[in-house]
Design a protein around this ligand. Structure first.
Ligand SMILES: Nc1ncnc2c1ncn2[C@@H]1O[C@H](COP(=O)(O)OP(=O)(O)OP(=O)(O)O)[C@@H](O)[C@H]1O
Ligand SMILES: [Mg+2]
Length: 246
C-alpha cells in the first residue's frame, strides 16, 4: 500500500501511509487507539475506499473497490466480532452465503465434507459440525470465523485483534494456527494491543501513530521498548534517535 489517505469528515484517519507485506510472513500492526489500523485494513479489504493512494498486489496496481474485489485477489479479513450467524451450525457458517446446492436444496453432505477439510487444515477439533455456533466458546467461534476465511484459500489473512476476547489457552491455540498458516505460505497481518503475542509469532511489526506510519521493525532485532517508543513518541528510542516526527 502506498500513500494511503483517508478522511472521515474533519478527521484525517490516514495521512499517506505505506505498508509492505511479504509472502508467508506474519506482520504485526500496532498503534494506539484511533491510530488508523482498522481503517487501513478495511481499505485493503474494500470495506472502505481510500481518498488517495495505490494498492499493489504481487507487483501490480490493483483496484479494490469492494470486498468482492479483495476476495478475488485472495485477501480475507476476520473482523473482531467474527460476523457469524449464531443460530446456524458450524458447517453452515463456514459456507455462509454460498452453500453448495444440489437441485435447489443445500447439499449438506458436501458442505460438511468441505467444512471438515478446512477445519482439519486448521488442526482444530469440533465435537460436531452440527452444533449451533452461539453455543460454542469464544475460541471455537473464532475458529469458525477463521475456517470461513480459509475456505477461500486466501493468500493474505488479516486478523483484527483476534485474541481480544479469548482465554489464554484459546489465544495460544490461535497463535499456533497462525504459525501453521505461515508455514503453508499464507501472509498474515495481525492487529493486536498485546505486544507479547506479536513478538511470539511475528516476523515484522509496523507501527501507526495518529494516521502516520512511523516505523517498521524486524522482530528479531527489536525490543518491546523500541515498539512502545514508536507507538507513543513516533521514534524508536532516545539512545538510537530514530526519525523524530514531532
Ligand atoms: N466509519 C467511520 N466514520 C468516522 N470516523 C471513523 C470511521 N472509522 C474510523 N474513524 C476514525 O478514524 C480514526 C482511526 O480509526 P481506526 O478505527 O482505524 O483506529 P484503530 O487504530 O483501529 O483504533 P483501535 O485500536 O481503537 O481499534 C479514528 O479517529 C476514528 O474515530
Ligand atoms: Mg481498530
Amino acid at each position: 500500500m502506498r500513500g494511503i489517505v483517508k478522511r472521515f469528515g474533519a478527521v484525517q484517519a490516514l495521512k499517506g501511509v505505506d505498508l509492505d507485506l511479504y509472502p508467508g510472513e506474519v506482520l504485526g500492526l500496532v498503534g494506539d487507539n484511533s491510530a488508523g489500523k482498522s481503517t487501513l485494513m478495511k481499505i485493503l479489504t474494500g470495506a472502505y475506499r481510500a481518498d488517495a493512494g495505490t494498492i499493489y498486489f504481487e507487483g501490480r496496481p490493483v483496484a479494490i473497490h469492494s470486498p468482492l474485489d479483495s476476495r478475488r485477489l485472495g485477501i480475507e479479513m476476520i473482523y473482531q466480532n467474527f460476523a457469524l450467524c449464531g443460530n446456524l451450525d458450524v458447517a453452515s457458517n463456514v459456507f455462509l452465503g454460498r452453500w453448495p446446492a444440489a437441485r435447489l436444496l443445500v447439499d449438506r453432505r458436501r458442505m460438511e465434507q468441505e467444512a471438515a477439510k478446512v477445519i482439519e487444515r486448521m488442526k482444530f477439533a469440533f465435537p460436531s459440525l452440527r452444533t449451533p455456533v452461539e453455543t460454542l466458546s469464544g475460541g471455537r467461534q473464532q475458529a469458525v470465523a477463521i475456517a470461513r476465511a480459509l475456505a477461500f484459500d486466501p493468500k493474505v489473512l488479516i486478523m483484527d485483534e483476534p485474541t481480544a476476547n479469548l482465554s489464554p489457552n484459546a489465544s495460544q491455540r490461535l497463535l499456533e494456527l497462525v504459525r501453521d498458516l505461515r508455514g503453508q505460505g499464507v501472509s498474515i497481518i495481525i492487529i493486536s494491543h498485546r505486544m507479547q503475542e506479536i513478538f511470539d509469532v511475528g516476523d515484522r511489526i509496523s507501527v501507526l501513530r495518529q494516521g502516520e506510519m512511523v516505523g517498521t521493525l524486524s522482530i528479531a532485532d527489536a525490543t518491546e521498548d523500541d515498539v512502545l517508543n514508536l507507538i507513543v513518541a513516533g521514534r524508536r528510542s532516545r539512545q538510537e534517535g530514530g526519525p523524530a516526527r514531532d
